[in-house]
Design a protein around this ligand. Sequence first.
Ligand SMILES: Cc1ncc(COP(=O)(O)O)c(C=O)c1O
Length: 396
Amino acid sequence: MKKSISTFLKHPIKDSINRSANPSVTRASTILFNTMQELYSHEKKIRNNKKISYYSYGRYGSSTTIELENILKELEQAYHVFLTGTGFGGVALAIMSLCRPGDEILVSDNVYGPTKEISEELVREFNINAIFYDPDKFEDLKDKITKKTKMIVVENPGSNTFEFQDLSKIVKIAKRKNILTFLDNTWGTPLYLKPLKLGFDLSFSSATKYFSGHSDAMGGSLAVNKRVFKKVMNFYKLSGYRMAADEAYLIIRGLRTLDVRLKQHYENTKAVINFLKKQKKVKEILYPHKPGTKNYKLWKKYYKGANGLFSIVIKSKKKSSVVRFVNSLKLFGIGYSWGGFESLALFQELRGNTKYTKKRLFFRFGKDEHIVRLHIGLEDPKDLIEDLRKSLRYIK
Ligand SMILES: Cc1ncc(COP(=O)(O)O)c(C=O)c1O
C-alpha cells in the first residue's frame, strides 16, 4: 500500500523485541559477531550500501541511527543518508569529502554564517578556493564557473535574507559542466522540497531544527546520490563523524510530528505576517508571502509549503532602538537556532565581519535598514502579535 508521508512518519519503526511503539536506544561501541567471517561480510555490506540493521562498530552508528537513516532515506529519496553529530558537521562533511587542493567551489553569498566561514577561511588553507556569487543573479553564478569548479554550494532560501534561487537552472548548468551540487535544504525540509529528485548530488538538513523540533537535540543529515556515495562514505568513516543514539532517538520522535508542526508554524506565521505588513515601521518582510514577486514565484515553483522562519527589514537611523525592540520582546527568546516549538528573535548584523557573521558581498539593503530574524513558534499567534505590537513602539 502506498502511504502518504504523514502516515509514513507515524509508522516507520516499532521495536518488535520489546513490543514498544518506538525504537530502542542502542548505545554501543562494540558490536558482537559470531565469527570473523561474519564480521568481514557485514563490513562488505556496509561498503556496498546494502540493507543492514546494525553497524560493525559504534563509531559509524547503531541500530537507532540506522532507523533514522531509513526514515530520511525515504523522505529524501536518497541512495544513502549520513548522520552527523551537529548540523554543521553535515556541511563540512560534504565539502571536505569531495573537494581537493586546486579545486574551486562556488558558494551562494547568502549561506549560513559558518558555511561562509569554512568556505572563506578553512578550505583556503587546503588550497581550495571559494568564490561567492550573487544569489539574486543566475548570470553571476554562470560567469564564475571555471574549469576548476568542483561544487556549487547553495542554500535555499538564503539565511537571514531569504532569497529564493531558480534551482533547476543551477542543476542544469552544473550537470552540463560536470560540477557537483549541494543544497542546504534546512528551511524547506524534504517534506516540502526533495533536492535529490531535482538533480542535486547532496541534500543537507540541520536535524537540530524542524526534524527534532524541540530544541533539545542536535544533528545533521546529508542525503546523497550514488555518484558521491563512496567518497563521502570514506571521509565519514575516517573523520569520525557520527550521531549518538540518544540524539537519533529524539530526532525520530520529532519527525513523527514534523508534518503537523510545519503546518501550524505556517498558520501562525501567516497571522503574524498579516499584522506586521500593516506596521509602518516594518519596511519589508522577507518571506514568500507576496504573490507576483520573484521570491514568491520561485517558492511556488519548487516548494510544497513554508514554515515559521523569516526576517523583517526595519528602517531606522537608530540601530540601538531596533536592538531595544528585540530585547523588549517577552515571548520571543533571544538565541541561536530555530525550528523548535518556541518563538525566537535575533538582530542580524550582515554588513561587516563580526564574531558570528561574515560580511555579505552582495547586500541590497540601505544603511539605515536593519534585519531582525524571527522564528514563529507554536504559541497562540494572538499573544505573539500583542508582544510584537508592544515592542515595536521602541523603534525610533
Ligand atoms: C541554514 C542552516 N544550515 C546549517 C545550520 C547548522 O546547523 P547546526 O546548528 O545543527 O549545526 C544552521 C544552524 O542554524 C542553519 O540555520
